[in-house]
Design a protein around this ligand. Structure first.
Ligand code: PEP
Ligand code: MG
Length: 561
């Protein structure tokens, strides 16, 4: 049988299915007497405390497994264990409704998870899974269920099949020679996926009820290139996949060799290779894949993940750490791009008819000057510690850039008066993701130190097709000549003003567009780190001369992707 799912981590594995089953946690409501409340609260607090200790151990294991590359991704778990909504509200339910701790906790947990699930943002949806994994652990401690996996008992070379795999499980896999895993749940931005990619364990998810269908010991192929899982494959399929696995391994080997080589075309033009990150902890992966800078740090994720806006000190510490870790490479931090699909409890937005075209990104920052100035202060202060550049999202016209520079100038004067150090010559760039900005790119380039094309939004606004609405997917056409012409125009307009151009939308990581973008004269590609080696390889085997001819056909519309 062939099943189609989502790629969590690339690679190809062939092995025997091992079904990882966890104990079912059935929760019953039990009324308690007033004199039992104290004991119930104590039981609950102990379970939370035990879970906190367990999580510290897990964090330690992950750090060791990843050689401290991603040490911070568990901070979120710990925060949930201190979360008022989860902990205090459960205690209130125990006290007020006089119910057992298991029932109160599961009620509160389900409430939070369903709130998370309503959010239209993949990264935050994944946090629902984090909360539910934590909940499972607290519940196991409360109910005294021992559902620890006995890793030594799993035959080596197995393919693990489970409803859900935790990041901690993933760290055990490498040392236990587990070849791959398949889950019913989980997305690309889950911590499990991040750890699996860092450890290079192939994984595919979202096979709905696969863990219920799969049989222990059956032959299984995990194709982490195409998100495919095959059970009981015939001999020919196994042979084909063995060949494919060899090809993949050889390719990885040769890509690894490219790590320290420049992204230079066969006729000698060097392109910038930078990484996009959402959280500071991704720096390790970025460096491990040969990123020579951060081309887009989506700073809004710091806001999305907290109840109140992070203050100047908290932001400064984060930005400084990222810059220091990336030295001597540049770090482009984008000011908050909140609004539309990226919502944060920390920043209250007015209800709007059409938020995609409403008060979002820089527009919101102009409306909330204190919020913006706090971020600019934190960024400027961090610029003293590294090679930091500021990037402004959703710029629509040149006057907005002028206004941004006036605000930055004001903040600089304040910092100077206070005697705080910053880089007075800090570069400030504009994202080109609104068609009007693209058409007036020459005017914006005059006001900006660099431009970065955000194709994800640029395409949706050019075609008036919501990037998240599958009903209009067919209109959201990346390779359309309209987009090719816009990109060409923006690059030329910026170059005429001697300003560099990068591209940080998903198109930068799509091998189908590498040659075209080279031919259009792009300076820097910025993408999710894992895609860097693949794109670099294409660049190194292509000449700019041939890329130009190739790109011209797409601009003319005589070829399409
Ligand atoms: C883009 O729009 O291309 C972009 C990089 O920004 P985001 O995906 O964060 O909107
Ligand atoms: Mg965008």
């Amino acid at each position: 049988m062939v099943y189609k799912g989502t790629v969590l981590s690339p690679g190809i594995a062939i092995g025997k299915a091992y079904l990882l089953k966890r104990a079912v946690q059935k929760v019953h409501r039990r009324s308690i007497l007033p004199n039992e409340v104290k004991n119930e609260l104590a039981r609950f607090r102990k379970a939370v405390d035990d879970t906190r200790k367990e999580m510290l151990l897990v964090e330690d294991q992950v750090k060791k497994a990843l050689s401290s590359k991603k040490s911070g991704i568990f901070a979120g778990y710990r925060l949930f264990l201190e979360d008022k909504m989860l902990i205090n509200e459960t205690e209130t339910l125990i006290k007020d409704q006089r119910v057992n701790a298991e029932f109160a906790f599961s009620m509160q947990l389900n409430k939070i998870i369903s709130e998370f699930k309503k959010i239209k943002n993949d990264y935050l949806k994944e946090r629902a899974r984090d909360v539910s994994e934590l909940g499972r652990r607290v519940m196991s401690n409360l109910m005294d269920i021992d559902d620890k996996v006995l890793w030594e008992d799993i035959p080596p070379d197995s393919v693990l099949v489970a409803y859900n795999i935790t990041p901690a499980d993933t760290t055990h896999m490498k040392s236990n020679s587990i070849r791959a895993f398949v889950t019913d749940t989980g997305g690309k931005t889950s911590h499990t996926a991040i750890v699996a990619r860092a450890l290079e364990i192939p994984a595919v998810s979202a096979l709905k009820n696969f863990s219920a269908i799969a049989e222990a010991g059956q032959d299984i192929i995990v194709d982490g290139e195409n998100g495919i899982v095959i059970t009981d494959p015939d001999e020919e399929t196994v042979m084909n996949y063995k060949r494919e696995r060899k090809r993949y391994q050889d390719e990885q080997h040769s890509l690894q060799k490219l790590m320290d080589m420049p992204a230079a075309s066969s006729d000698g033009t060097v392109f910038g290779m930078e990484a996009n990150i959402e959280i500071a902890e991704e720096i390790g992966t970025a460096l491990a894949h040969g990123a020579e800078g951060i081309g887009l740090y989506r700073s809004e994720y710091m806001f999305i993940n907290s109840e109140t806006p992070p203050g100047e000190e908290e932001q400064h510490a984060q930005y400084k750490t990222v810059c220091e870790k990336m030295l001597p490479y540049p770090v482009i931090i984008r000011t908050i791009d909140l609004g539309a699909d990226k919502l944060a409890d920390a920043v209250k937005l007015p209800p709007e008819q059409n938020p995609m075209m409403g008060l979002r990104s820089i527009r919101l920052c102009f409306r909330m000057p204190e919020l913006f100035k706090t971020q600019i202060r934190a960024l400027l202060r961090a610029s003293a510690a590294g090679n930091l550049k500021i990037m402004i999202p959703m710029i629509t016209n040149a006057s907005e850039m002028k206004k941004v520079k006036i605000i930055i100038g004001e903040v600089k004067r304040d910092l100077a008066k206070e005697g705080l150090p910053f880089n007075d010559r800090i570069q400030v760039g504009a994202m080109i993701e609104v068609p009007a900005a693209a058409v007036a790119a020459d005017l914006i380039a005059e006001e900006a130190d660099f431009l970065s094309i955000g194709t994800n939004d640029l395409i949706q606004y050019t075609f008036a097709a919501d990037r998240m609405n599958e009903n209009v997917d067919y209109v959201y056409d990346q390779g359309n000549p309209a987009i090719m012409r816009i990109i060409k125009y923006v690059i030329e307009a910026a170059h005429n003003k001697q300003k560099p151009v990068s591209l940080c939308g998903e198109m930068a990581s799509d091998p189908a567009f590498t040659k075209i973008l080279m031919g259009l004269g792009l300076d820097t590609f910025s993408m999710s780190a894992i895609a860097i080696p693949k794109i670099k390889k294409i660049i190194r085997t292509t000449s700019v001369r041939e890329a130009k001819e190739f790109a011209a056909k797409f601009v003319a519309g005589s070829c399409s992707q």
